[in-house]
Design a binder for this molecule. Structure first.
Ligand code: GTP
Ligand code: MG
Length: 195
């Protein structure tokens, strides 16, 4: 699939105020700094569509982008950023949880994990929670330009083994690099197959 147009629609912190849920929607979540916003920019071919930063905690709201006037990509804030105070962290988590559980047109949540690391506790807890809640998701291993094939394969195998401890089936697994343009076709054809 080709992305011909991509435009920002709105930002908010309330699932009830998001755009009408009458189009398929795909959202990006994962730890702060894992590369959610950068991946949206890579997929749409617009360097500044979603705001990125080398400092974690850049994206703070639910951001809707309309693609080809036909479906939404959504940039979400990251989790696991220790510098956010406990109170605001809880608040922030509540509206994200509401979004994930209540957004009726959410076709798939892309959970981004840094390809350089072996399974992290916070990611596994989040993934297992999605499984329990039966939220459709796919895993995307980001920043693949930062490691070699051998190490990437090792980390993918470790994730698969960890997932298979709790689940009989693996979710779709995708690899990306916003820096090198890796994964664009795979992710867009995954979306195309799921709209
Ligand atoms: P928050 O909004 O803070 O949760 O972060 P995010 O997940 O949206 O990350 P963002 O896209 O802002 O990227 C964080 C940093 O990682 C930036 O410095 C990016 O340039 C860098 N980055 C993102 N993707 C890649 C990638 O594929 N390869 C490399 N080398 N760096 C990347
Ligand atoms: Mg971001």
């Amino acid at each position: 699939m080709e992305i011909k147009t991509a435009r920002f629609v709105m930002s908010n912190s309330d699932v009830k105020k998001c755009p009408d849920p009458n189009k398929p929607e795909f959202a990006f979540i994962g730890r702060s700094n894992v590369g959610k916003s950068s991946l949206i920019n890579m997929l749409t071919g617009q360097k500044k569509l979603a705001k990125t930063s080398s400092r974690p905690g850049k994206t703070q709201l639910i951001n809707h982008f309309l693609i080809n006037e036909d479906w939404f990509l959504v940039d979400l804030p990251g989790y696991g950023y220790a510098k956010v105070s406990k109170k605001s962290k809880e608040k922030f988590q509540a509206y994200i949880v509401n979004y994930i559980l209540q957004r009726e047109n959410l076709y798939c949540l892309f959970v981004l994990v840094d390809a350089r690391h072996e399974p992290q506790k916070i990611d596994m807890e989040f993934i297992n929670w999605l499984g329990e809640k039966e939220v459709p998701f796919a895993l995307v291993f980001t920043k693949a330009d930062k490691l070699g094939r051998t190490k990437l394969d090792k980390n993918l195998a470790a994730y698969k083994a960890e997932l298979l401890k709790d689940w009989a089936e693996l979710p779709p697994l995708l690899v990306s690099s916003a820096e090198a343009g890796v994964g664009k076709e795979d992710i867009l054809s995954f979306i195309e197959q799921n709209v």
